[in-house]
Design a protein around this ligand. Structure first.
Ligand code: ZN
Length: 317
């Protein structure tokens, strides 16, 4: 039987300026904007989804860009670093590219065997890494400014800081079918599958301050499950762990259940389908502003309050 949780589905963060966010992720990092919509709970704010060509689960980084949101703070009880998977052969290319756009980065370091890690941040201070490895079979998006052979393949891991790792570890292993894959120092790596895109690193950081929400911080992480049936099975387990999950919520491109783990991080369980091609042709993902049906009658008003944005992959070649 397939695991109920198959890996990371998406990670959602808070950003400052809209155009700067588009330029960083489509321009510098070469991800594809696969959906331009609004926050379904606050339609005056955009919701941008970036990913690989189709926006497959495990590749999707999303943002609520609030213009003028004040900066948050990394710390415990928060997902502080989102790591992308790239091939070993792309290391020179990426270091040159970061330099070209004046993005400072930490010197490459080996973390676990076969993975060289480079840490950097986006313009809002969101923690990012490139993990150079040769065990990822997925294809990156070759239609943007980054050549396909060097392109980001999706997530490698997510890094969560906690006071202690035990409670979150218990949830991951007992309810979310993760196992402990490796550990080093204060880093404990869990995964539903031993593959890039599935790794959750819990760091014990008792001396760190608590994280504070704001631009440059992660709002939540979603784990992928195959369909509505497996989602309800997981929901039942979350109820049994007394974590008070929401009902199933329709997000058009997947359905979601949310709950907060005891360390303070908001978790979501999202279905793998139907995906981003449900309301837009695959060749034109992300081009039009898509609204859920409850907001379609208010399209004119919504378009008036949203700052227009421009995606131009060619400018960043
Ligand atoms: Zn989400």
């Amino acid at each position: 039987m397939e695991n109920l949780i198959t890996g990371i589905h998406h990670i959602t963060a808070l950003a400052g300026r809209t155009q700067e966010n588009i330029d960083f992720y489509t321009g510098i990092l070469g991800l594809r904007l696969v959906k331009k919509t609004v926050n379904f709970d606050a339609p005056e704010v955009y919701h941008f989804y970036y990913g690989n060509e189709q926006g497959n689960p495990g590749s999707i980084l999303t943002f609520f860009p609030y213009n003028k949101l004040s900066r948050g703070r990394h710390g415990k009880g928060m997902l502080n670093t989102t790591a992308f998977s790239v091939p070993v052969s792309s290391q020179n290319y990426w270091l040159q590219r970061l330099k070209r756009y004046y993005i400072s980065f930490k010197q490459p370091q080996e973390r676990f065997e076969g993975e060289i890690v480079v840490y950097f941040e986006d313009k809002d201070g969101l923690g990012l890494e490139l993990v150079f490895n040769d065990k990822d079979e997925r294809n990156g998006y070759g239609g943007g400014p980054v050549p396909g052979e060097y392109a980001i393949k999706g997530f490698y891991n997510a890094e969560i800081w906690e006071e202690g790792y035990e409670r979150t570890a218990g949830l991951l292993t007992e309810q979310l079918n993760h196992t402990l894959i490796s550990e080093k120092g204060n880093r404990f790596r869990f995964a539903a599958n031993d593959l890039p895109g599935c790794y959750i690193d819990i760091l014990c950081m008792p001396d760190s301050l608590r994280g504070l929400a704001g631009s440059g911080t992660v709002h939540h992480i979603a784990f992928a499950t195959s369909d509505g049936k497996s989602q309800l099975e997981i929901r039942k387990k979350i109820v049994q762990r007394m974590l008070n999950p929401t009902p199933v919520i329709d997000r058009d491109y997947f359905t979601s259940v949310y709950f907060r783990e005891l360390g303070g991080v908001l978790f979501e369980i999202a279905t793998s389908g139907p995906g981003f091609a449900i309301d837009e042709d695959k060749a034109h993902l992300g081009e039009a502003l898509k609204l859920p049906k409850q907001y379609e009658p208010y399209r004119n008003e919504i378009e008036k309050v949203l700052t227009p944005v421009n995606v131009n992959y060619d400018e960043w070649k």
